[in-house]
Design a protein around this ligand. Structure first.
Ligand code: 1PW
Length: 213
């Protein structure tokens, strides 16, 4: 059996780079590949992060089901998904009704988490060498995803963040080279994540989907 390819965060971030088309559509295939890679990365941070990754795994699985299902051609991009699910009345807009989770509400959760990732990586990139990863992570979480989480999840997340390694060790786990190489890679890759985030935000805002239950 071939050894698994060395994991590098560079490839994960490249998936997000490849998911925007010339017409500013966000392709679900590379979007989910990016998430799969991020989840692998979270696993490499240790068991304490498995509760963080578990929900992301569940969300990615739901989306992979749609992307490989009967209506797969409707799930090529976020734009085609939104159009299809809204036109077919598949999205619970006010209250969950017990129907299967829509692609729209599922992607919305990943989208909010992507904002956290973006802020976190940006904080890591611009942070001083001696800055604490756990503080950067907590600050970025509080400025984004925390607003959508009940107290008990916020608490558990904050405890998990304390287990993060120091900044330079963290940059090395990314497997991009030295800490300086990792910082340079983040500088290149982050604009692509930002772009995916803002296109999705615009699309969901336009269709009033930012508060889906
Ligand atoms: C080191 C930084 C890495 C950032 C990776 C981002 C992973 C995001 C996963 C956070 C999950 C926390 C626990 C789960 C909470 C769910 O209740 C919540 N899901 C999310 C993604 O926020 C809401 O999903 P629900 O309950 O409405 O189906």
């Amino acid at each position: 059996m071939a050894a698994p390819a060395a994991f590098s965060l560079r490839e994960v971030l490249a998936a997000f780079q490849g998911c925007v088309t010339e017409r500013r559509e966000v392709l679900l295939g590379p979007y989910l590949r990016g998430w799969r890679g991020l989840i692998r990365f979270l696993h490499s941070l240790g068991a304490i992060f498995s509760f963080v990754s578990k929900d992301a795994v569940a969300k990615v699985q739901i989306m992979e089901g749609y992307c490989g299902g009967e209506q797969r051609e409707r799930y090529v991009s976020l734009q085609s998904m939104v159009e299809y699910e809204l036109a077919s009345g598949l999205v619970d807009l006010h209250k969950r009704s017990g129907r299967p989770d829509s692609g729209c509400r599922t992607v919305l959760r990943l989208h909010r988490a992507l904002r956290w990732l973006q802020l976190f990586l940006e904080g890591l990139r611009t942070g001083r060498e001696d800055s604490r990863t756990s503080v950067i992570c907590t600050d970025s979480y509080n400025a984004s995803l925390a607003a959508y989480h009940p107290w008990v999840i916020r608490k558990a997340a904050t405890v998990a963040f304390c287990a993060l390694p120091p900044r330079n060790a963290f940059l090395e786990i990314m497997n991009v080279g030295t800490a300086e190489d990792a910082v340079a890679m983040l500088g290149e890759a982050l604009p692509y994540i930002c772009n995916v985030y803002s296109i999705t935000q615009e699309l969901f805002a336009h269709h009033k989907l930012l508060d889906l239950p």
